[in-house]
Design a protein around this ligand. Structure first.
Ligand code: ADP
Ligand code: MG
Length: 663
């Protein structure tokens, strides 16, 4: 109601940050680096940049604001452009990977931390920025953590540059210490008490638990919107579907109050994402079903009830498997408290925790583990190497990653041919840095160049860089599965993607054709955009576009060359084991290779998803000799596996011995 009755300008003045505007600007004026702490929703992300603009910092440079999540960067930029009454992409813009909505007028630029990190490759002093706001630093995303080290140097080199680190209540002291005890500025909070209720017994099925709880609130409790935290897209869709069903059942028996059910997760199309901020028609209750994106990055007003499953999906590097996997974990206590806090923004609220108090106290970690300590560092290593930071073990990390992770990532880059035997970037490595892609995908492209099929590989890489294009509506599952099977290229899910794209191309990129074939037209359009951007990079590198025509075996070779670390050997029906680590991996039922009476001896796969089983996502059949020829280390020179790691360890030992001697 507030949003409806008040103008945007009035809404801005009502935010907690507004009451301390002058004081905040004074502290910024007097210091080169400060840390700003404030409750979620106090106005840090949307207001700070505008204040800086209003007092003239944008007269000589851009104010940049980094976000760990793309959705936040897009949605906040949109909001701020509305508040400033300018077109998005004009004075206010955003940049995320493969999408730059800024122009020559842009003075406030929201971007993912990954985008800024890549910009440091081209301009190590970030000359065009007057101020950087490193927002949501408490999230401790991988790129933010690397930026900390890089920006510390920029601060030392450029007297005219300012850095503002913002954080929800966590970690402020640590950030301040890192930059040499810089001031911490607190925005006074305006929050209401939240009553927390625990589940008496552990919840067996939290989707069902959440649906029941939401329905109970909807039927018996006072007005106020509901926010449910789930772990990911599938669960969110299942929850929304179940809620819809219950509502229909209810409506068939009696007059039921309206409930507007809204999902939000990062892969959801932007126009649907924006719906969570809109008011429901005739005052109906909203029920938002979200990932941890709604924990701190996006603030929705009007939430009085939070239902917390206590779980979240995070990317973890699993040293046993030698790779990252998205895994469902209990969230930390700090995250659980953030979630609960969402219920107390507009008035006193209630948080229903679908776990026991004892689980909260005894099983949850006090705070989340920084991403840099739990994920693959391939990209980071490549990037830092190209910035001429030779000894990564010496980089100024706030919390250094485990040495084992660094060495493992270096090993993987060496396998891909990006690093040579002494750990320096090779020619291929230097080229790989140019692409905003994970190292294996960059390698696939460059192998496509060597094998004369870069046109095909480009399409595959682009399709892998967008959300799945296959549309599977719950009420037409069989029909859509049959539709998908028509595109199958039996030996490869990668080639299936290529096939889909090619057919779309020959149907003049038509939207209705996509609808007829159960394909998301938006996803395909996005892939086309990504493709054209990657093509631009190829042009600047003077790599010509070559095609192999219909001989797709070489394409599979290129795919193979990128995924040795994800190669697997047939063990039973649909069951494989990873060649290197020996752990089981299963063909996914939706794979082109599944159930077609054709089970190849060797496959490589894009990703492993851990659900009930370890499922390979996007698999391709390969010949064992390709694995041997393109990546000899696993099959013949197995010892070299460890030799480089040993080499590095020895180097390190020698170094410490030397240091000790010198003391
Ligand atoms: P913080 O960064 O301190 O968590 P924000 O600046 O993100 O706070 O949010 C300030 C206010 O702006 C909140 O009340 C939030 O609901 C509102 N807001 C932010 N983004 C949008 C949007 N896209 N649409 C509508 N309101 C928004
Ligand atoms: Mg924010």
């Amino acid at each position: 109601d507030f949003a409806k009755s008040k103008t945007l300008a009035q809404q801005r003045q009502y935010l907690p940050i507004f009451s301390i505007r002058e004081e905040l600007l004074r502290v910024i004026r007097e210091n080169q680096v400060i840390v700003v702490v404030g409750e979620t929703g106090s106005g840090k992300t949307t207001q700070l940049t505008q204040y800086l603009h209003e007092v003239g910092y944008t007269n000589n440079g851009i104010v940049g604001c980094t976000q760990p999540r793309r959705v936040a960067a897009m949605s906040v930029a949109k909001r701020v452009s509305e508040e400033m009454e300018t077109e998005l992409g004009d004075k206010v813009g955003y940049a995320i990977r493969f999408e730059d909505v800024t122009g020559s007028n842009t003075v406030i630029k929201y971007m993912t931390d990954g985008v800024l990190l890549r910009e440091t490759l081209k301009d190590s002093d970030l000359e065009k920025y007057r101020i950087i706001v490193m927002d949501e630093a408490h999230e401790r995303s991988l790129s933010t953590d690397v930026l900390f080290g890089i920006l510390k140097k920029v601060v030392a080199r450029r007297r005219d540059f300012k850095l503002i680190v913002t954080s929800a209540t966590l970690n402020a002291q640590k950030f301040s210490d890192f930059f040499g005890s810089v001031p911490i500025f607190h925005i006074p909070g305006r929050t209401f008490p939240v009553q927390t209720l625990y589940s008496k017994t552990p919840c067996e099925d939290y989707v069902e638990g959440a649906v029941k709880q939401a329905m109970a609130i909807h039927i018996t409790s006072a007005p106020g919107d509901i926010l449910i935290f789930m772990t990911g897209q599938d669960e969110i869709e299942a929850t929304c579907y179940a809620l819809q069903e219950r509502m229909e059942q209810l409506a068939s028996k009696k007059e039921a109050p309206k409930l507007l059910i809204l999902p939000i997760y990062s892969q959801l199309p932007a126009d649907l994402q924006a719906k969570i901020f809109e008011n429901a028609e005739d005052g109906a209750r909203k029920c938002i079903v979200a990932t941890n994106i709604a924990e701190t990055s996006l603030t929705v007003d009007g939430i009085f009830y939070v239902i917390d499953t206590g779980y979240g999906k995070i990317k973890v590097y699993n040293p046993r498997m030698g790779m990252d996997a998205l895994q469902v974990f209990p969230v930390s206590r700090a995250a659980a408290d953030q979630r609960a806090g969402r219920a107390g923004r507009t008035g006193p609220g209630t948080c229903y925790r679908l776990y026991t108090e004892s689980a909260y106290l005894n099983e949850m970690l006090p705070s989340p583990v920084p991403e840099i300590q739990r994920t693959n560092l391939g990209n980071v290593v490549l990037l830092l190497k190209s910035l001429k930071i030779d000894n990564l073990l010496d980089f100024d990390f706030m919390d250094p990653p485990p040495q084992e992770n660094i060495l493992n990532s270096m090993y993987q880059l060496w396998v891909l041919g990006a690093l040579n035997n002494v750990g320096d970037l090779t020619d291929i490595g230097w080229k790989m840095v140019e692409f905003p892609l994970d190292p294996p995908l960059a390698k696939m492209l460059l192998m496509g160049e060597q094998l004369g099929c870069i046109d095909e590989v480009l399409t595959i890489v682009s399709m892998l860089s967008v959300p799945s294009v296959f549309f599977r509506p719950k009420d037409r599952v069989e029909e859509s599965d049959a539709g998908r099977e028509k595109f199958f290229v039996q030996e490869s899910d990668h080639l299936t993607l290529l096939n889909v794209y090619k057919q779309w191309t020959s149907n003049n990129y038509r939207g209705d054709w996509c609808n007829d074939h159960f394909l998301h037209v938006k996803g395909l359009r996005k892939a086309r955009e990504v493709r054209s951007q990657l093509l631009d990079i190829l042009k600047t590198l003077k790599i010509p576009l070559t095609s192999c025509g219909l001989d797709w075996d070489v394409v599979r070779m290129a795919i193979c060359s990128a995924y040795f670390h994800n190669s697997a050997r047939l063990k039973g029906v649909g069951e494989y084991v990873n060649c290197r680590k020996g752990m089981p991996c299963h063909l996914h039922p939706s794979s082109a290779l599944y159930g077609l009476g054709y089970t190849p001896d060797y496959v490589v796969y894009h990703d492993l998803i851990l659900t009930a089983k370890e499922y390979m996502q996007c698999a391709t059949a390969v010949e064992p000799q390709w694995l041997a020829e393109l990546g000899p280390m696993f099959f013949s020179v197995k010892d070299s596996d460890t030799s480089m790691i040993e080499h590095k360890k020895k180097q390190k030992q020698e170094k410490t011995a030397m240091e000790e001697e010198m003391e």
